[in-house]
Design a protein around this ligand. Structure first.
Ligand SMILES: C[S@@+](CC[C@H](N)C(=O)[O-])C[C@H]1O[C@@H](n2cnc3c(N)ncnc32)[C@H](O)[C@@H]1O
Length: 211
């Protein structure tokens, strides 16, 4: 990684001093056809732009607006990117439920990490056959699992301090520890968090089946 000076770069490296999960995006682009991504509730997590040429970030937090105004972060992405194209980065300082002015069915990847039920409110931006990456801290992976719009196709898990991707043994996931628990969309909306499963992963991969 090429180090750079700048307030935003410093903020990024400090915030993600325990790792920015960039390996996840490397695994995804190596496995699936991904050239563009949309990241609602991104905060300052720009790791996708190191692997994906076009990424749209959305966040309501004022601090994030200042972060994306700082040119040093674009230089950081440019110098550390793993593709030849010029990176395209757009930031919307908006609620991801509002009209952000991006084209529907335009993105190869929708990213949902610790930001609420993004699989639901932002599914309209995914291309037919596009990929959703969702973790379960706010229950969004559970929500996508229940949604007929998505097919559960893989997981990313940690092993020996590395992230790994598998599409195998998926029937072992999303089995509640409480065997009598009836998981529904309205139940997940009510509790606003993940539920206890017998087997879990760091994050889950779905494909938009599109209608
Ligand atoms: C816990 S942070 C997650 C950061 C990032 N996704 C990551 O994995 O490092 C959640 C972010 O989602 C943003 N957020 C939550 N609800 C939002 C909404 N409706 N519209 C836009 N941003 C939202 C918050 O401002 C916050 O920055």
């Amino acid at each position: 990684m090429i180090p750079l000076k700048g307030k935003a770069v410093q903020e990024y490296t400090q915030h993600f001093s325990n790792g920015d999960r960039r390996e996840i995006f490397e695994l995804l682009v190596n496995k699936y056809e991904i050239q563009s991504a949309i990241y609602p509730g991104s905060y300052i997590h720009i790791a996708p732009s190191l692997y994906i040429p076009i990424t749209v970030y959305i966040d309501t937090y004022k601090k994030v607006k200042d972060f994306f105004r700082d040119k040093s972060i674009f230089e950081f992405i440019y110098k550390n990117r793993t593709y030849k194209k010029q990176p395209v980065i757009r930031f919307h300082h908006k609620d991801y439920n509002s009209n952000i002015g991006e084209t529907f069915k335009d993105f190869d990847l929708l990213i949902s990490q610790y930001g609420g039920f993004i699989s639901q409110s932002c599914k309209k931006y995914l291309k037919k056959g596009g990929i959703l990456l969702a973790n379960n801290n706010h229950g969004d992976a559970s929500m996508a699992y229940l949604d007929e719009y998505y097919e559960f196709i893989g997981v990313i898990y940690r092993s020996n301090r590395h992230y790994r991707l598998t599409e195998k043994n998926l029937d072992k996931y999303f089995i509640p520890k409480k065997s009598d628990l009836k998981v529904t969309k309205s139940y997940l909306e009510k509790i606003q968090r993940g539920i206890g499963y017998t087997k879990t992963a760091s994050t889950y991969i779905f494909r938009n089946l599109s209608f």
